[in-house]
Design a protein around this ligand. Structure first.
Ligand code: CUA
Length: 218
């Protein structure tokens, strides 16, 4: 670089060029921060559920191979069970095209019910619309779980709401919520871990149970 001749000042930067390197205007900073914050917020919202649940499906952390569902506890005996602390477990097997047990699940009103749902074949849904927000995607290999307390007695519909094949729209079940003191047709025994509802033996699902179910639903 050459030294400027005597008397010459440092090269002057034209005013337009100077403006080009000026710091961001206040409005620009605000919008930049707002935009980046929104991106971070959206990523956090969608990422939270993933990381919170350790990347598992539908809040369940356990897995079961579809071929082993029928012989793996508790899915070898689908139904509802009363736990020692007074809460309930509802064990459900989803298959094309129905749910086991094929009888109504039966739980008492006001009790905390943990649903455990596994599929023996393809992706199914498990939804109890209207009365609850129970809405599970039942992915083969995963145990889908959620908890629900039923506030009102009644018989509520269970729907498969994931398209699973030609009989998808027949794939329904029911849960019966009985009032305190009410005797369900099959009274839930109070012993810990005793099945409260009878159920079709898991093998039934391999013998055209889906077709039976379709006729029942028609
Ligand atoms: Cu199962 Cu749709």
């Amino acid at each position: 670089m050459t030294t400027p001749p005597d008397g010459a000042s440092a090269p002057t930067i034209p005013a337009e060029a100077r403006r080009r390197v000026e710091p961001l205007a206040r409005a620009e900073r605000i919008w930049l921060v707002a935009g980046v914050s929104l991106i971070v917020a959206f990523m956090a919202l969608t990422g939270f559920d993933l990381f919170h649940n350790l990347g598992t499906n539908s809040h369940g952390t356990s897995t079961v191979a579809p071929d082993d569902v029928a012989k793996t506890a508790p899915f070898d005996r689908p139904g509802t069970y009363r736990a020692a602390d007074g809460t309930w477990d509802a064990v459900v097997v989803a298959y094309a095209f129905g749910f086991l047990p094929r009888e109504d699940l039966v739980v008492p009103v006001g009790a905390k019910v943990r649903f455990h749902v596994a599929s023996v074949d393809v992706v199914h849904g498990f939804q109890i619309p209207g009365e609850t927000n129970v809405n599970l995607m039942v992915i083969p290999g995963h145990v889908s779980e959620t908890t629900q307390t039923f506030r009102h007695p009644g018989r509520f519909l269970i729907l498969c709401h994931e398209y699973c094949g030609s009989g998808h729209h027949f794939m329904t079940g029911h849960i019966r919520v009985v009032a305190k003191g009410e005797d369900p047709a099959k009274p839930p025994p109070l012993e810990d871990g005793t099945r409260a509802t009878s159920s079709v033996q898991p093998g039934a699902m391999e013998h055209g149970a889906g077709m039976d179910h379709m006729e029942m639903g028609a």
